[in-house]
Design a protein around this ligand. Structure first.
Ligand code: CU
Length: 243
């Protein structure tokens, strides 16, 4: 019942402001509520998600809030996730269908509840920009996410070394100028028997990886302006697949 009320109020908030972010995570069948502007069932402390006080996007890629939104305060909980598990992120009623979708991680270097991501070396475990093989109009990853019940499922690389991590889901809206960044972070305790860590070539800082002048953030990449022949290069390092 609480969940229903929460979802309904969030839906309303989303439709009014046309913004938002990830509102829940499901890891191997277990669902963890996120925050948004409403507390999750059980209260604001009962979440694995770092706080985001407003539904608004980050518009400055140099902002420290690019890492984990604003204020991005640590969560009290972390979700245990076995390396190789699938994590499904669910967004609120998502209005922005023009832009890439990325999932990043970084080591918490200790307990995630006391870790600041300032200066952290992030790595990608997923990215998608313009989908290939679409006919006529290009199709952005964010449109696919909307069509897929506003959700995205990504596998945590099976070889990833156990430890405490942040996982950061990010949509970028290219239909507005300047581009809008919607990052949300959640805290994970990864367990398993892996021993791998991404090397330097897969790493980037957030902020740091993106620049206002990057062609990847040009307004011309709105949904109507792209075709199946448009070449879109997702900014940042390549995805680390666990090898
Ligand atoms: Cu919006």
């Amino acid at each position: 019942m609480k969940t229903t009320i929460y979802a309904a109020s969030l839906l309303l908030a989303g439709s009014v402001s046309a913004h938002g972010g990830v509102i829940s995570y499901t890891i191997d069948g277990k669902t963890y509520a996120g925050l948004s502007t409403s507390p999750p069932p059980g209260g604001a402390a009962n979440t694995i998600q770092r706080s985001w006080a407003k539904l608004d996007p980050i518009r400055d890629p140099n902002s420290p809030n690019l890492a984990c939104n604003s204020p991005g305060a640590p969560a009290k909980l972390s979700a245990t996730a076995t390396a190789g598990a699938t994590i499904t992120a669910k967004w609120n009623n998502w209005p922005h269908n023009s832009g890439p979708l990325l999932v990043w991680m970084t080591e918490c270097k200790g307990d995630c509840s006391t870790f600041s991501p300032a200066g952290a070396d992030w790595f990608k475990i997923y990215q998608e920009g313009l989908l290939s093989g679409t006919i006529g109009h290009g199709k952005w990853a964010t449109r696919q996410m909307i069509e897929n019940n506003e959700s995205l499922s990504v596998k945590i690389p099976e070889s990833l070394k156990p430890g405490n991590y942040l996982i950061r889901h990010e949509t970028i809206n290219l239909a507005r100028a300047p581009a809008e960044f919607y990052p949300e972070c959640a805290q994970l305790k990864v367990v398993g028997s892996g021993s791998a860590s991404p090397s330097e070539q897969f790493r980037a800082k957030l902020p740091g990886a993106y620049h206002k002048s990057d062609s990847a953030f040009a307004h011309a990449y709105s949904d109507a302006a792209v075709s199946s022949n448009t070449k879109y290069v997702i900014p940042g390092p390549p995805v680390w697949t666990g090898n």
